[in-house]
Write a protein that binds this ligand. Structure first.
Ligand code: HEM
Length: 525
């Protein structure tokens, strides 16, 4: 029978193979069998109460590679197949994506007993920021910390920040060798990263800390950054060279801030406006003053949170302007008309007189939101309203507001970067502007001041809910000031004169332009 004719000869020839080949055959069979089981399971055990699962050939790997190469493309392809809610496997974990305004609302405005950010993010952020802040504490404490950090992000503060930012930009172009002469080409990304860190540190953290970025702090922050590589979701604990450098940098930067706090306290300062000074005076609801190490760790968190998102966005703005020199000219003319032909030094109040300059930031964030995936752990089974799905606690929820921000349903010709569409009567004006929906949304207070719920908005580059960005206004002030200052000095275009725009690098947590992203620059006078 079977044993004599098939199995016995197979066993005989198997035993004649060398050990290495035997291991090879065993491994290949193991993989083949797991693939077969994995594929069969997907057809045989479909749970009608869970969202549809994206098909994959290999267990554990699942859709990791297709997702990781281009998350927005992956989301859109699956949305076309399954609708707004679907699941996929990312490194062995079941992720449930829910896109569109309803999905954004379901995840970002989720109740605290249902969804949890810190369970996901803490492994990455705590070694970088330090203990007892942001995701290394209960959510109620984070809400208080966000309230403290927001105090320094007021109109009063922004009035001081605009001249500081403009001066940093001007001085950067004066002293940087890459911008000597009348024209040239440059990879704009590292330049915008530097401009972002100089402007953010000077305005938010003061001149003393800013000056340390010319020396020690730049390298230390770079080492902190390496802690944010996606590989660290699994390897955060490992004694690898980059993790050792991360830990050394965290201790050193925290000490620099704590020493500064101590000096300021000893000097008896009374009238400063910066964030550190506000935090030094802050007290938790339970009466405990914010400890120095927490102030230091919040300073790191603030700078890191702003750095990646703003430097990526400012690089995209410059690349988009290089692809549309006509818009860069419109921006220049807008300033001449609104502020006068002599272009006096930029003030905070001027920014409101430059609607196109504002729209540049808005439109760039619509197509290039630096945070493409927002994750939450599921704390108890969550029924999805209007469906029969219940998301189980072993899934991770993933929101992707960028999907609705580039959906034709909400933004006509969605892939076209057209800042003029944010004017009320342009052919491409989105309905949220036409109907005034982006101004009149419902607001809510999670403990750090009123924020718009964004419940029905297809455009949420700054998130929504209790984890919503507190840096939005600062980022707008910073990006608009940088853009307006650069427009006064330069004309940009693509090196080949085309209107092409470089692709996106999704290899790190925050997406950014692929490099080198060279542009041609020319000074105005
Ligand atoms: C949270 C985007 C700039 C500080 C967030 C979130 C998004 C976001 C999408 C929500 C994350 C989540 O729900 O998990 C952006 C973009 C920026 C920007 C697109 C610039 C273009 C900044 C700046 C600062 C900042 C400049 C600091 C000054 C924060 C903080 C949170 C946050 C503290 C709260 C995190 C939490 O509550 O869990 N940001 N951000 N951001 N952002 Fe920003």
């Amino acid at each position: 029978g079977f044993v004599q004719e098939v199995a016995a000869p197979l066993a005989a020839s198997y035993s004649q193979l060398g050990l290495a080949s035997q291991i090879g055959v065993a491994l290949a069979s193991f993989i083949a069998i797991s693939v077969v089981i994995h594929v069969l399971k997907q057809f045989l055990f479909v749970n009608p109460n869970e969202p549809p699962m994206v098909f994959s050939w290999f267990p554990v790997i699942g859709s990791t590679i297709t997702y990781g190469m281009d998350p927005p493309k992956f989301f859109k392809e699956q949305q076309a197949k399954f609708g707004d809610c679907f699941s996929f496997i990312l490194l062995g974990k079941k992720m449930t994506v829910y896109v569109g305004p309803k999905g954004n609302d379901f995840i970002l405005n989720g109740k605290i007993r249902d969804v949890c950010a810190e369970d996901i993010y803490t492994v990455l952020t705590t070694p970088v920021f330090g203990k007892d802040v942001v995701y290394d504490c209960p959510n109620s404490k984070l809400m208080e910390q966000k309230k403290f950090m927001k105090v320094a992000l007021t109109t009063e503060a922004f009035r001081q920040y605009v001249p500081i930012i403009a001066d940093e930009v001007n001085s950067y172009f004066k002293r940087t060798p890459d911008f000597k002469g009348q024209s040239g080409t440059v990879n704009i990304c590292p330049k915008m990263a530097q401009i972002t860190i100089f402007t953010a540190s000077h305005s938010l953290q003061g001149k003393v800390i800013r000056d340390k970025f010319d020396e020690t702090l730049a390298d230390l922050y770079h080492d902190l950054d390496m802690g944010f590589s996606p590989a660290n979701f699994m390897l955060h604990w490992a004694p690898l060279p980059w993790n050792n450098r991360r830990d050394y940098a965290q201790k050193t930067v925290a000490k620099i801030y704590m020493d500064t706090i101590k000096q300021r306290r000893d000097a008896g300062e009374t009238d400063a406006q910066d964030i550190m000074f506000h935090l030094m005076k802050a007290t938790y609801k339970n009466g405990v003053p914010v400890p120095d190490h927490e102030i230091a760790h919040m300073m790191i968190a603030l700078l890191m949170a702003g750095q990646h998102s703003s430097s990526s966005t400012s690089a995209w703005i410059m690349l988009r302007l290089a692809s549309r020199p006509d818009i860069m000219e419109d921006l220049y003319q807008e300033q001449i008309k609104a502020l006068g032909a002599d272009l006096p030094p930029l003030k905070y109040e001027d920014l409101a007189k430059l609607p196109l300059n504002q729209a540049i930031v808005k439109e760039t964030l619509r197509l290039h939101a630096p945070i493409h995936s927002i994750m939450r752990a599921v704390k108890q089974p969550m029924p999805v309203p209007g469906t029969k799905y219940v998301i189980p606690t072993d899934h991770v929820l993933m929101a992707a507001p960028g999907v609705s921000a580039s959906d034709e349903q909400y933004f006509p010709q969605p892939d076209l970067w057209e800042p003029h569409r944010w004017e009320p009567d342009h052919p491409l004006t989105p309905s949220i502007v036409r109907n005034g929906e982006d101004e009149t949304t419902e607001t809510i207070d999670y403990g750090y001041g009123l924020v718009s719920k964004g419940t029905a908005s297809p455009y949420l580059p700054f998130g929504a809910g209790r984890h919503r960005c507190i840096g939005e206004h600062f980022a707008n002030v910073q990006l608009q000031t940088i853009t307006a200052t650069i427009v006064r000095q330069f004309k940009f275009r693509n090196v080949d004169g085309s209107d092409k725009v470089i692709g996106t690098d999704y290899a790190s947590l925050f997406s950014r332009p692929l490099e080198p992203a060279n542009i041609y620059w020319e000074k105005r006078n």
